[in-house]
Design a protein around this ligand. Structure first.
Ligand SMILES: NC(=O)C1=CN([C@@H]2O[C@H](COP(=O)(O)OP(=O)(O)OC[C@H]3O[C@@H](n4cnc5c(N)ncnc54)[C@H](OP(=O)(O)O)[C@@H]3O)[C@@H](O)[C@H]2O)C=CC1
Ligand SMILES: O=C(O)[C@@H]1CCC=N1
Length: 278
């Protein structure tokens, strides 16, 4: 299905790159099917075109405006400006996929005078290696084929779930921002390993393999995280000592609060922009 589609990206930032890298790595699309534009950073655009072998024509506005699928990947604050410009160029028959945090479908529709199919999605940066956790919902003009097309894009760069739009802020707080929480923990474990006497590279490799192994256990064993944690924890042993310190600082609660804060921020960003209006 994606083989015949032309995909235009509005925004040439971290997320567009992650999705493009994933699509190309998993061979779902060829470089010539991808068109890309940004606002002003010519060097960044050229770097991506060179790195991923995209056609130089990729920057042509006409190509994006007539693409089968247009991915809106600017920062949320830049969505009004981008939509004011691009909404005049989009037409029914095209599928607009927005990945902007907090931005509601109704808000995007308010810029459009034609019945453009819209999918709102929240992938994460693991798209770049084919392991995104993406959730998506769709607007009233999206057909079954449009939804299937979006599902196929996000399946090709990881796993995808469909949710009600009211849950998109929660998804953003959990899995959209989620990789950053994991990297934050990895930074801490690596630093602790070094402090305890390990060489930097060894600390890094042990940490990464521990994360990878734990993720595999969670996915393959069918056991709850709490049960797996208990299996590591010998009475009066090392893990118990480590976990006692985490509990003393209410670390689980802190992580829960972090996800809820991020969820709130996603909703807030949408509200801030809706106030701006068209
Ligand atoms: N980073 C993440 O982990 C995730 C981000 N998201 C969402 O993805 C979106 C993009 O994020 P990210 O890639 O990190 O952002 P970046 O800041 O890395 O990239 C934003 C891009 O948008 C371009 N841009 C800004 N205004 C316009 C415009 N009017 N027309 C065309 N292009 C424009 C910028 O161009 P220039 O540099 O020339 O100004 C830049 O290339 C955000 O809405 C974010 O909420 C979703 C999931 C995860
Ligand atoms: O930090 C942000 O706002 C974006 C949305 C999800 C991940 N990064």
């Amino acid at each position: 299905m994606l083989q015949e589609k032309r995909i235009g990206f509005i925004g040439a930032g971290a997320m567009s790159e992650a999705i493009i890298a994933g699509l190309l790595q998993t061979k779902q699309v060829e470089p010539k099917q991808i068109f890309l534009t940004n606002r002003s950073d010519e060097q960044r655009l050229q770097d991506l075109i060179n790195q991923y072998g995209l056609s130089a024509k990729a920057t042509e506005i006409k190509q994006i405006a007539s693409a089968d699928i247009v991915v809106l990947a600017t920062k949320p604050k830049d969505v009004p400006e981008a939509m004011r410009y691009w909404s005049k160029k989009l037409c029914s028959g095209q599928l607009l996929i927005s990945i902007a945090a907090g931005i509601e479908i109704a808000y995007l529709e308010s810029f459009l005078s034609t019945e453009v199919a819209i999918v709102r999605a929240m992938p994460n940066t693991s798209s770049a290696v084919g392991y995104s956790a993406t959730a998506m919902c769709h607007g009233r003009f999206a057909s079954k084929q449009d939804v299937e097309c979006a599902l196929q894009i996000f399946r090709s760069i990881g796993a995808v779930w469909t949710v009600d739009e009211s849950l998109m802020d929660a998804v953003t707080g959990l899995s959209g921002s989620g990789p950053a929480y994991i990297y934050y923990v990895v930074e801490a474990l690596e630093a602790a390993g070094i402090q305890a006497g390990l060489e930097k590279q060894v600390a890094r490799e042990l940490t990464l393999q521990t994360f990878f192994g734990a993720a595999q256990m969670l996915m393959q064993s069918g056991k709850e995280a709490s049960q797996l944690r208990q299996e590591v924890t010998s009475p009066n042993g090392t893990t118990m000592a480590g976990l006692a310190e985490l509990n003393r600082h209410e670390t689980q609660k802190v992580f829960q609060q972090a996800v809820l804060k991020a969820t709130e921020r996603s909703a807030e960003m949408g509200k801030e922009l809706n106030k701006v209006g068209t």
